[in-house]
Write a protein that binds this ligand. Structure first.
Ligand code: APR
Length: 257
């Protein structure tokens, strides 16, 4: 492979990776963009929040105000998720079985690409499941993305069922967050892939890793906020850059806490 394969900074990024033994990846919607899923804010794609109001569709207040509208919208999204498959970026990450994948994405494309489920930390939940809206009830069930359920009640407690994703203003799943936080405090290198790094607390993992001595490699056509915290940015799509970046790299030890 020529040094940069036409991708500026590639050699530098590969050098950092080759010097790292504790490596994890932190991803956002951009990772799944080339599979055909919209991002939330990227003007280059049919970004969801450019057409839809997150306070109506991704908040507790929005759900309480009009649960049917929210469930219908997730039904529409679930149909789209049913039709997509992993892209070259997911496959490149899956080829590193010991690497932990911290993701904000609610799809299961990393798992479909072969990443072991216990190595994917879903900070914002999963669109493949419904859960009871009541915090006092642990009911949860898998849903059929091709035939997503309509508005319905919890068979255990009678409260509403809703997608098992994290809405604005809601807490992240505690155990998953604590594991991601502990991991990012003990890395040599964090790969930041396809996130605008604007939604907290997840975005704070980049600064946490950097503060604890980790180098930051950003992969994003528009590196933005994450790029400002990077040691090196690859201004390319994840599908283009990750196979080149990870080619020949073999993470020896499992970077898990
Ligand atoms: N490859 C890599 N990055 C890409 C690609 C691609 N093919 N296409 C777009 N991007 C980048 C954009 O440049 C942008 O920086 O992906 C990023 C997507 O940013 P957002 O749309 O803000 O998505 P994300 O960072 O995952 O959002 C965080 O916000 O709405 C909530 O809960 C939702 O998890 C989500 C969170």
């Amino acid at each position: 492979m020529s040094r940069d394969a036409g991708l500026p900074n590639l050699a530098r990024a590969r050098e950092i990776l080759s010097q790292s033994s504790r490596v994890a990846a932190f991803s956002g919607a951009g990772l799944s963009a080339e599979s055909g899923l919209p991002t939330f804010r990227d003007p280059e794609t049919d970004a969801l929040w450019a057409s839809y109001d997150p306070s109506e569709l991704a908040s507790i207040d929005g759900f309480v105000a009009n649960p049917a509208r929210v469930i219908d919208w997730y039904g529409w999204r679930r149909n789209r998720y049913a039709r997509v498959r992993p892209n070259a970026a997911h496959r490149a990450l899956a080829a590193q079985p010991k690497m932990i994948q911290i993701t904000q994405n609610v799809d299961n494309l990393l798992e479909q690409a072969g990443v072991a489920p216990d190595r994917v930390y879903h900070l914002h939940g999963s669109i493949l499941f419904d859960r009871c809206h009541s915090d006092d009830c642990n009911y949860r069930e898998a849903v059929d993305l091709e035939n997503p359920p309509g508005l319905r009640d919890c068979p255990h407690c009678g409260n509403r069922l809703r997608p098992a994703v994290v809405w604005f203003g809601e807490n992240l799943p505690l155990d998953t967050w604590q594991r991601a936080h502990a991991l990012c405090a003990a890395l040599d290198c964090l790969l930041v892939v396809g996130t605008s790094a604007t939604v907290y607390p997840a975005a704070g993992l980049i600064e946490l890793a950097r503060r604890n001595g980790s180098r930051i490699i950003v992969v994003d056509p528009n590196p933005g906020e994450a790029g400002a915290q990077a040691d090196v940015s690859l201004a390319a799509t994840a599908g283009e850059a990750l196979p080149l970046l990870l080619e020949g790299f073999n993470l020896e030890s499992a970077s898990s806490t």
